[in-house]
Design a protein around this ligand. Structure first.
Ligand code: HPA
Length: 276
């Protein structure tokens, strides 16, 4: 079966189960799955039950779709995403984004944990991603282009929607949660970076580095979905401040920041969740 036939099959399964129009999709990153506690959950659909859906393999990622409501906004949340380092192909990594598009969802919020390389950052900071650098050894759009999804050579001059960035800035003010802003470098992982690599990332213009989000943003922009993304700084790749880092520490730091992320996202939903 072709990729687009598989997506169609997944969507008919989901369409039978989801009756409301979804305003926004939210991809919950490492340690942020507890965010679902903030949703008035209407339905949960385990990935394993969805035809053609990949299954997540990393601890800290539950692997289910959660359909719910927050501040009058209907949300489809993905608890658990598919990482390139797990061995998934780029088509599998971005499969859920293409499904969301075919379900008619036009906005997606991505979240992740990252290492800060901007010397003004601290562990626990929330960074609004305003741009990214793709350092993955691949790109989800490599291969024959599906013209129904988008152009062969998509524009990437506004990877993260200006108006959603503005809405997030306003949400930061109303929620009283300070945020940083910066450029996210997406790398394959699964190694964390060497000190020289962190330095290199800073030199080329990154503020934070992580192992997700960039392929999903590219696939979403290809299909003209609007993207907004938040990154929780869970460790520092800053000369003089570099310490040993483990996945446990990343999860713990992300979980600590989770109440602030939840407040921010709630305020964002009030401002921009429902429009368009
Ligand atoms: N590097 C890459 N990915 C990450 C990091 C990091 O330091 N922290 C959390 N995800």
């Amino acid at each position: 079966m072709s990729l687009s036939d598989r997506i169609t099959e997944t969507c008919s399964f989901l369409n039978e189960r989801i009756d409301q129009r979804i305003d926004i999709a939210v991809v919950l990153g490492t340690g942020l799955s507890g965010f679902s506690a903030e949703l008035n959950v209407q339905q949960e659909i385990p990935y394993a039950s969805i035809p053609n859906f990949p299954v997540s393999t990393v601890s800290g990622h539950d692997g289910k779709l959660i359909i719910g409501e927050m501040e009058g906004v209907s949300v489809l949340a993905m608890a658990g995403r598919f990482h390139y380092y797990e061995g998934y192909s780029m088509d599998q990594v971005v499969y859920p984004i293409r499904v969301m598009h075919q379900l008619g969802i036009k906005k997606v919020m991505l979240s992740n944990a990252s290492g800060g390389v901007n010397p003004n950052f601290s562990v626990g900071d929330i960074m609004l991603i305003k741009d990214h650098i793709n350092l993955f050894p691949s790109n989800p759009l490599i291969g024959p282009n599906n013209d129904e999804w988008g152009p062969r050579f998509p524009d990437m001059s506004e990877p993260y929607a200006y108006r959603l960035l503005d809405a997030m800035r306003s949400a930061s003010v109303t929620a009283g949660i300070a945020i940083q802003e910066g450029v996210y470098a997406g790398v394959s992982g699964p190694c964390f970076e060497t000190p020289a690599e962190y330095k290199y990332l800073r030199v080329i213009g990154a503020d934070a580095v992580g192992m997700s989000t960039v392929p999903e943003c590219i696939a979403a922009r290809h299909m003209d979905m609007e993207v907004v993304a938040l990154s929780v700084i869970t460790d520092l790749g800053i000369e003089g401040k570099i310490e040993k880092v483990s996945h446990e520490e990343v999860k713990e730091a992300a979980a600590k920041a989770e109440p602030n992320v939840a407040k921010l996202v709630r305020a964002f939903m009030k401002i921009a969740g429902k429009d368009v």
